[in-house]
Structures are given as structure tokens and as C-alpha cells.
Design a binder for this molecule. Structure first.
Ligand code: ATR
Length: 272
């Protein structure tokens, strides 16, 4: 009988579209090992049950995506500092004895993509983040660690931007009152792109923008990135590199091996 391979999984709903199995397969090739990485569809409200089953059957680590990141946060026994700050868990590490640690690698995934793959420094830069939902809350603490000059959060619902900005000690501003030509890096963290919608930001806001970045990838990022380029952004990038980056940090937490993200981003770009 063949030996059982180390088993990992990503939980979500929907999950059929997830690129994580392909990405982790590339990491395993780099490490020269064989692993199994599957997609698990959990029903709303049934994350805990699905996770318990997976780990009882010998699972060695899991990723968690929409809509279960806060369920995962509640389910684990302990949190990393960055998961605590985000209030969300995207990586579960079994500790033994029925205990589990929850981490969040979304922020470091974003930062590693911007600084390594996009070769854009964050230190001393003025950063604008559009959106104030779960995706943004997950990355602000890690962006702050890069010592930007400042971070401004702008959101369609202004009160949410204000609340988040207060929580992290950064600035907030109304979407339609953003200053022209002030921001070096503009990150779209809204979910409107899935329906082809972009946040209502004046073109002048992109005046000196060196990098416009969308946290989603593929077609969902297209409208925002096209608008940013037309408005003067020098460079644009979708969130494929962030996806690979967060996966790489998860892989390292489970296996102690640090994958090189650049060749995997290139590989995934061709595959998408
Ligand atoms: P996620 O976990 O993906 O961040 P979320 O918590 O539902 O999802 O947050 C979605 C974010 O996208 C919010 O900031 C939302 O703005 P509101 O707080 O005003 O709802 C933003 N968003 C969604 N559709 C948008 C659109 N068409 N234009 C501008 N912002 C939009």
C-alpha cells in the first residue's frame, strides 16, 4: 500500500474556483516533496464540523477563505498577533493534543508581493486604501509595520472607514474628497470589482501614483486597474501575487520551507 501523503486543504464556499491547490503543488515541487492539497466546500454555519473532521482524519494544515475567516478565528485555540489584529484566520496549524493555532498571512502576502515581486518600497510612502471590509482590516496592521509615511482609508460608507482608521491609528477620508496627487500607492480592497464596479475616486487622485494594486485578481481587478492606468498610475498589479504570497507564508508555517514566490506568480499568470 502506498504511504499516505501529508494532507492539506482550503475551506471555503464557493471553493471550486480556488487556485490554492495549484499554488501549493508548485511549492511542493520546489521543496521536492509530494503533498496532497484539496478544496473542501463547507456549508454556511458548518465550518467547525468540517475542520474537525479534516484534522481528525490526519490533516496537517488548512487555509480558510471566504466566508469562513471569522468562523476559523472563533474555532482555533490560540491566535498569532497578526490574526488577533485582523480578527480573522486564513491559516490553521495543528499543535497536537486537539489544539490549533490560527494565523493570518494575507497581510504579509500583500506586502511580499508589493515589495518583492512589484519591487515597490512601502517605507515612507503615502498609501491610500479603498474599502473598509474584512479584506482591508486583515492587511492594515502588516502594512503599518512597513513604516509608511501614512495610511489613509476611504470607503463608500464613511463611518466604516472612520471606525477602522481609529482602530489602527491611521487616517480616513471620504471617497469623493480625496486630495489630488498625494498618494504613492493606491490599493483597492473593495469587493465591487466582482460586479465590474469601481469605487468612485476622481482620476486626479492617481496623479503621482507609482503603483495601483487590486487585492482581487483576474477579471475582477480589470476595471479598477484600467481606470487607474488611464488616470495616470505608473504601474498596476492585480492580487494574484498576494494570493501566492499568503500561500507561501502558510506553507512555511506548516512545513518550515520558504517557497520562492516569483516563479510561482509567473507560472500562475500563465495558468490564469
Ligand atoms: P471583504 O471581506 O471582501 O472586505 P466586506 O467586508 O463585505 O467584504 O467589504 C466589502 C467592501 O467593499 C466594503 O468596504 C464595501 O463598501 P461599503 O462599506 O460602503 O459597503 C466595498 N464595496 C463593495 N461594493 C462597492 C462598490 N460598488 N463601490 C464602492 N465600494 C464597494
Amino acid at each position: 500500500m502506498a504511504a499516505t501523503l501529508p494532507r492539506y486543504a482550503v475551506f471555503g464556499n464557493p471553493i471550486a474556483h480556488s487556485k490554492s491547490p495549484q499554488i501549493h503543488r508548485q511549492f511542493a515541487l520546489q521543496e521536492k516533496v509530494r503533498i496532497e492539497y484539496e478544496r473542501i466546500l463547507a456549508e454556511p454555519g458548518a465550518f467547525a464540523e468540517a475542520a474537525e473532521r479534516f484534522f481528525a482524519e490526519g490533516g496537517l494544515g488548512a487555509n480558510v477563505t471566504v466566508p469562513f475567516k471569522t468562523d476559523a478565528y472563533d474555532w482555533v485555540s490560540e491566535h498569532s498577533e497578526r490574526a488577533e489584529a485582523a480578527g480573522a484566520v486564513n491559516t490553521i496549524i495543528p499543535l497536537g493534543g486537539g489544539r490549533f493555532r490560527g494565523d493570518n498571512t494575507d497581510g504579509v502576502g500583500l506586502v511580499s508581493d508589493i515589495t518583492e515581486a512589484q519591487e515597490t518600497a512601502l517605507k515612507n510612502r503615502r498609501i491610500l486604501i479603498l474599502g473598509a471590509g474584512g479584506a482591508v482590516r486583515g492587511v492594515v496592521p502588516v502594512l503599518l509595520q512597513q513604516q509608511p509615511a501614512d495610511i489613509t482609508i476611504a470607503n463608500r460608507t464613511e463611518t466604516k472607514a472612520r471606525e477602522l482608521a481609529e482602530r489602527f491609528g491611521v487616517r480616513s477620508a471620504p471617497l469623493n474628497g480625496l486630495p489630488a496627487g498625494r498618494f504613492d500607492i493606491i490599493i483597492n480592497g473593495t469587493s465591487g470589482g466582482l460586479g465590474g464596479e469601481i469605487p468612485a475616486v476622481a482620476p486626479e487622485v492617481f496623479g503621482i501614483c507609482e503603483l495601483a494594486y487590486d487585492m482581487v485578481y483576474g477579471a475582477a481587478a480589470q476595471a479598477f486597474l484600467d481606470y487607474a492606468r488611464r488616470s495616470g498610475a505608473k504601474k498596476t498589479a492585480d492580487g494574484l501575487g498576494m494570493l501566492v504570497g499568503q500561500a507561501a507564508f502558510s506553507y512555511r508555517l506548516w512545513r518550515g520551507f520558504s517557497p520562492d514566490i516569483k516563479p510561482v506568480i509567473r507560472y500562475m499568470k500563465e495558468a490564469v
